[in-house]
Write a protein that binds this ligand. Sequence first.
Ligand SMILES: Cc1ncc(COP(=O)(O)O)c(C=O)c1O
Length: 454
Amino acid sequence: MNRAEKLEKTASHVFHRHFQQSYPVAVRGEGCYIVDRDGRRYLDASGGAAVSCLGHDHPAVIQAIKDQLDRLPYAHTSFFTNEPSEALAEHLVARAPEGLSKVYFVSGGSEANETAFKLARQYFVEVGQPERHRIIARRQSYHGNTLGALSVGGNMARREMFQPLLIETSHIVPCYAYRYKQPGETDEAFGRRAADELEAEILRLGPETVAAFIAEPVVGATSGAVPPVAGYFKRIREICNQYGVLLIFDEIMCGMGRTGTLFACEQDGVAPDLLTCAKGLGAGYQAIGATLVAERISEAIASGSGFFQHGFTYIGHPAACAAGLAVQRTIEDEGLLDRVREQGAALRTRLEARFGNHHHVGDIRGRGLFLGLELVAERGSRAPFDPARKIFARVRAEAMARGLMCYPGGGTIDGIRGDHVLLAPPYIVGTDQLDTIVERLGEAIDAATATTEG
Ligand SMILES: Cc1ncc(COP(=O)(O)O)c(C=O)c1O
C-alpha cells in the first residue's frame, strides 16, 4: 500500500472499533430504522446493543432534552442537585424491587457496576467488616470494560490480554441450561446445583472475606439472552442472606422493560441489594446509567462516614436525566411493557417457525423482546462451529448487507467456542417489521453458515 492509499484508508481520525472494517455513516433515525449517508436503511433488530428501546426519533424524548438544555445543560453535583435527577430517582424507586431506595446516576453501564462494587466495599467498611472485599461472578457474563468491571466479567477471551491489570475475582458456573443441564436433570435440580456453586465458592474463600455476588438476571452480550431456570435466583438470594453477601443484579442490558417487566428480576421474585441499569434507561438518547441502592447500604454510609468515596464529573447530568425520565414516562404512557410481552411472543413464534428445525440453530431462548439464537455446526450433537470460521461475524455482515442490524457474538460456550445472535428490537417494533427481521435473519444465517472456506 503506498502512502496515498494509506491516507485514503485512514482518512478518518476516529479510532474505530475495527481497523479492517469500514462503517456506513449513520445520519438519520426513523422509527426502527437507521439511515446512512447513501440513503440505505437498516432495520434495527437489536437496538444497537439492546439500547434503542424507543427507536431512533421519539419526539417526546427529543423535546425533553431540548427543553432541559434550554433551561440548564449542566450543574456539577458537588454544588447542586437538579430537577430531572430528583424526578428520575423518584420514578425509579417507586417501581423498583423492594428495599431499593436511592439512585446513583452515572454515564453508562461500566460506571454503574464500578459504583456498585465500591458501594459494596464501602458498606462493609462502614459496618465494621473491613475484611469483606471479594466479588464472585459467573463465567460467560459481561459487566463492562473498565478494569474493575472487566475483572468481574466472566468472558475469558475479553479478559485475557488485560489479565495482569485485573483484580482477582472468582467465577462460578452460569445458569445456562442448554449447555450445562445434564440429560434427565430437572430445571429445579439444575438450578439448585448451579446456585450451590456459589455457596461452595463462598466457603472456599471464607465467608468473612466475600463482599458481593453479581449476576445478569438474563445474560446478554456474551451468551445471547440466557434466562435463569425457575428457582435459581431464589436459592442465590438464600445463600447471600445466609453468608451476609450482597447480591448485585446487573440489569444494564436486560432491565428497563426489555424482558417485559421494568426490572428483569421481577420475574424471578427476587430483590437484590444493588441493581445496575443503563441501556434502556436513556434508550440511547443520552448516555446514562444508574446504580439503585438498598436502604440499609445508603443508611450505613449516611450514619457512618456520611460520604461515599466516589464520584464522576457527569454524575446526575441534567440533560441525561431528563432523557431518562422522558424515556421511562414514555414506556408507561404508551403501555410499552405490555407491548414488549406481546411482540416478544410474536417474534418468538416467528423464530420458532423459521428456525425451530434449522440444522444450525440449536436453541431459541430469552424473555420478552430479548431473544437469542445459539448457532451450532450440528443441531443433534450441539457441536459448535470451528471458532476460526467466525460465523457470528459473518452473520453480522450478511445481515447488514441485507439492511438488518442484529447483535451476534462469539465465544458463547467458553469465551472461544460457540456463536449466537442476540435480538433486542425497539419496544415499538411493528408486526410487519417482525416478519422482515426473521426473513432477513434467516437469509443471513443461511448465507453465513453455507460458506465452507476458513
Ligand atoms: C450486562 C452488561 N453490563 C455492563 C455493560 C457495560 O455497559 P457500558 O458499555 O455502557 O459501559 C454491558 C454492555 O453491554 C452489559 O451488557
